[in-house]
Design a protein. Structure first.
Length: 133
């Protein structure tokens, strides 16, 4: 008779912390006390989403992002608070670039109606006009 795993038992063997860290590249487990403490200090110091603030919006930060996309770099200067939509968008753009080598444009405009994507032609035109003046 073939044994099937019970509801509480996974059909895959559980991985050790070291194995999970090697797979994800993380040095701190996301469910560990060290990450929770670091995350709490980042969100306390930066309670608003950094990306939304650049757009003139006041949105609470709920997630902590690695600015350089390196999950092993947990230096405080490399961590910033983002809201869930901004963090997901940043992660999606990074994963797309890793997969294709192409930059995925940022969507949206700032309070003045200028596209937030730094590579957008309108933004480049505004920067060029400002620097020429």
């Amino acid at each position: 008779m073939l044994k099937t795993p019970s509801r509480t038992q996974s059909k895959y063997p559980s991985k050790t912390l070291k194995q999970r860290q090697l797979e994800t590249g993380r040095t701190l487990a996301l469910d560990g006390a060290a990450w929770r403490k670091l995350r709490a200090s980042v969100l306390a110091a930066q309670p608003l989403c950094a990306d939304c603030q650049r757009l003139g919006l006041t949105v609470p930060a709920s997630e902590v992002d690695h600015v350089d996309n390196d999950p092993t770099n947990n230096e405080r200067s490399n961590l910033m608070g983002l809201c869930k939509p901004c963090h997901s968008s940043k992660t999606q753009r990074h994963e797309y670039f890793k997969r294709t080598g192409k930059v995925l444009a940022m969507k949206g405009c700032d309070a003045d109606g200028i596209p937030i994507d730094p590579d957008h032609p309108w933004r480049k035109a505004k920067i060029t006009k400002t620097s020429a003046a």
